[in-house]
Design a protein around this ligand. Structure first.
Ligand code: HEC
Ligand code: HEC
Ligand code: HEC
Length: 102
């Protein structure tokens, strides 16, 4: 093979693996915001690193978790924060305006 052909082949291999990696990384957002009553900022990445994926996602199924209203939001977010508070971790906010920011 000519050197130029080898370089072209290497470039194609490199480019396709870069594309594959970026497609994988695009599955979950680092930070998600909810609006309704003010703005809620949910740091998905930090929660995942601290708690592990299984704290919120069922087994291997890492799909979108719908949070569209107060019932869902408080059942999924506030309930765990209240448990954390009971355990003595005050870093998980339970006061309204700590999640709902203007
Ligand atoms: C504290 C709860 C929580 C933890 C821990 C968590 N997630 Fe999530 N995850 C969510 C919520 C809520 C959503 C929905 C976010 C949205 O509406 O875009 C979500 C969405 C996702 C999605 C789907 C994104 C989409 O738009 O389809 C993937 C994939 C995902 N999480 C993977 C992970 C992985 C991998 C981990 C562990 C590193 C993890 N999650 C940890 C709560 C969590
Ligand atoms: C399984 C438990 C759990 C769930 C579910 C959970 N959290 Fe948390 N959250 C925590 C813990 C623990 C902390 C404190 C992290 C630390 O110790 O630094 C925290 C911290 C926070 C903070 C303050 C730190 C920051 O990132 O600004 C906010 C805001 C927050 N969570 C919002 C949410 C929202 C919104 C949801 C739902 C989409 C949610 N959390 C779901 C456990 C949870
Ligand atoms: C751990 C974070 C967190 C705390 C603390 C919290 N909430 Fe929420 N709340 C949410 C999430 C997430 C939603 C769902 C997303 C949305 O609807 O904005 C929500 C939704 C709501 C809604 C519905 C908003 C709409 O879209 O119409 C109301 C009203 C509300 N909360 C009031 C309160 C009050 C009052 C308190 C204090 C007693 C409180 N929340 C504490 C996270 C929190």
């Amino acid at each position: 093979m000519k050197t130029s052909k080898i370089i072209v082949t290497l470039l194609i291999v490199l480019l396709s693996s870069v594309t594959a990696i970026s497609v994988m990384a695009a599955t979950a957002q680092d930070v998600v915001t909810y609006t309704g009553k003010g703005t809620i900022t949910f740091n998905h990445k930090a929660h995942g690193e601290k708690l592990g994926c299984a704290a919120c996602h069922d087994g291997d199924k890492q799909e979108k978790i719908a949070i569209e209203n107060k019932k869902q939001g408080h059942a999924k977010c506030l309930a765990c924060h209240k448990q954390e508070k009971k355990k003595g971790n005050s870093a998980a906010p339970t006061k309204c305006n700590q999640c709902h920011k203007k």
